[in-house]
Design a protein around this ligand. Structure first.
Ligand SMILES: [Zn+2]
Length: 299
């Protein structure tokens, strides 16, 4: 895997280490927050392997996914992560299990994690709760728990700069991802609402959308991002105009386009479809007409 390096972009005391490809997966846009007393590095990305890892007194990982914790097993600084994702940073086996892949796909992905993402176990990773404050001297960085993408997924609010890092609530047209074992569609929706309620000057995403300026622009993009969930519900209801099984839904695909041929696709499609089906059944929009077969309720 090639490593494109990064260039710095400053937003107050927050420096975005913008990946040369803009931050599209497998790369991402790490942050460096410099205070008078300490410097915090957030989400070391693959771009840092080619572009250099800046020195830091502490590291925060927004959540336990391979593209956010590149090389953290070998960093000298202490590593922090929300307590709900701490076990997966402490052990790469726990991390791998969290993707919920079938055995053959898991073995291959485990090799990818180690070889391409430089992921290893970091047994001394520190679990932190919602609201944990990093005191950097003249500024603070506060952990904001935003679960759904993973159970421990968290943002970071840097004050007084007014920079809110929303990590993988990434505002892309792909939409929210909640396809892991610890993911939650309902949690993701609540976290989107939490983000909309936080007024900041800048909103930093980890991937290709980069930094959005101003709360009005951010809320508009957040609405469009949340609408992807509404469209997935609607597309599923339409597909269930005749009775279908979960396997039918997985084959039809509601998340990935047909040409995407990766070993994790069936798992993610199934996890996503199960969560939409459950809530559509709960709302009365879909009924389980016989065990394992679902159909939209007319009207
Ligand atoms: Zn992620």
């Amino acid at each position: 895997m090639t490593t494109p390096g990064w260039t710095p972009e400053d937003y107050g005391a927050v420096t975005v280490l913008r990946a040369a490809n803009g931050g599209g997966y497998p790369y991402g846009n790490s942050l460096l927050v410099r205070g008078t007393a300490a410097t915090l590095l957030v989400d070391p990305s693959l771009a840092l392997v080619g572009g250099g890892v800046p020195g830091a007194d502490a590291v925060l990982v927004s959540h336990a996914h391979e593209d956010h914790l590149v090389g953290v097993a070998g960093l000298a600084a202490p590593v922090h992560v929300h307590e709900a994702d701490a076990a997966a940073v402490r052990s790469s086996e726990v991390l791998l299990a969290g993707y919920g892949l079938p055995a053959n796909a898991a073995a291959a992905f485990g090799e990818t994690l180690a070889a391409d993402f430089h992921v290893g176990s970091r047994p001394d990773a520190v679990g932190v709760p919602d609201g944990h404050v990093f005191d950097l001297g003249d500024r603070t960085a506060t952990v904001v728990h935003l679960p759904g993408h993973t159970a421990g997924h968290s943002g970071l609010l840097v004050e007084p700069d007014g920079f809110f890092f929303v990590a993988d609530i990434d505002l892309t047209s792909f939409g929210p991802f909640y396809g892991d074992v610890g993911s939650s569609l309902e949690g993701f929706e609540r976290s989107i609402a939490t983000c909309a309620g936080i007024e900041a000057r800048w909103y930093g995403t980890y991937h290709q959308k980069g930094v959005v300026e101003g709360v009005a622009e951010f809320r508009g993009r957040l609405d469009a991002y949340r609408d992807v969930l509404v469209r997935r519900d609607a597309a599923l209801v339409e597909f269930l105009s005749e009775p279908r099984t979960l396997a039918d839904v997985v084959d039809h695909r509601f998340v990935y386009r047909p040409h995407v041929d990766e070993p994790y696709v069936p798992t993610v499609e199934a996890r996503t479809a199960e969560q939409h089906l459950a809530r559509l059944v709960h709302r009365g929009a879909v009924a389980e007409t016989e065990p394992g077969r679902f159909r939209a309720v007319a009207g």
